[in-house]
Design a protein around this ligand. Structure first.
Ligand SMILES: Nc1ncnc2c1ncn2[C@@H]1O[C@H](COP(=O)(O)OP(=O)(O)OP(=O)(O)O)[C@@H](O)[C@H]1O
Ligand SMILES: [Mg+2]
Length: 167
């Protein structure tokens, strides 16, 4: 459907422009979305689900990279992915690419924080962490209302703190 494709392209573009690790958008025409191919030769990069927690060389690093990008999408692109899970994250030479932005909603959407909580819960569950998605979503939403700086790793610094110091 053309409208859906346009929406996904718009979301992907906004995320990419905000420095979120997503495939580079190229174009859309009718119901075809063209973006950077993430993979090796003709083989698409595996999803986080394909690799599995046991298959990760450094699960901690991947986890925090996802969290950093979720906050970036929310604070800088004003977007909640809303379908985030191990199925929509590709792993490419140790790095992540978040795909499938068609369901994303703007920060002002009435369910934005609920969707953000669900996205985060999915990630916490995959990594076997007992963290509370709703609490983390509240924290991200609260931080996004305040002035921020960026450090050299692309973490947002709000009131002198990075998200990983607060979760
Ligand atoms: N930019 C990309 N580069 C390489 N492979 C990709 C890219 N985008 C998507 N894929 C591949 O296509 C699959 C489905 O993509 P995506 O999640 O965006 O679509 P979907 O409509 O949700 O389909 P599905 O129901 O299979 O998840 C991914 O799991 C991945 O294997
Ligand atoms: Mg998908």
């Amino acid at each position: 459907m053309e409208a859906w494709c346009r929406k996904e392209f718009g979301n992907l573009s906004a995320a990419y422009k905000a420095g979120v690790k997503a495939p580079r958008p190229i174009a859309f025409e009718k119901n075809i979305l063209v973006m950077e191919f993430v993979g090796e030769g003709r083989a698409p990069a595996p999803t986080l689900n394909d690799v599995g927690l046991e298959g990760l060389e450094d699960p901690d690093e991947v986890f925090w990279e996802i969290i950093r990008n979720v906050e970036r999408a929310y604070a800088l692109a004003g977007l909640v992915h809303a379908d985030l899970s191990e199925f929509n994250i590709l792993l490419h030479s140790g790095d992540i690419r978040i795909i499938d932005w068609g369901s994303a909603v703007r920060r002002g959407h009435p369910k934005a924080e609920e969707f953000l909580a669900r996205d985060l819960s999915n990630i916490f569950r995959f990594f076997g962490l007992g963290l509370d998605g709703a609490e983390a979503a509240g924290l991200i939403a609260e931080r996004a209302r305040r002035p921020y700086e960026e450090d050299e790793e692309g973490w947002l610094v709000v009131d002198g703190k990075r998200l990983y110091e607060l979760l």
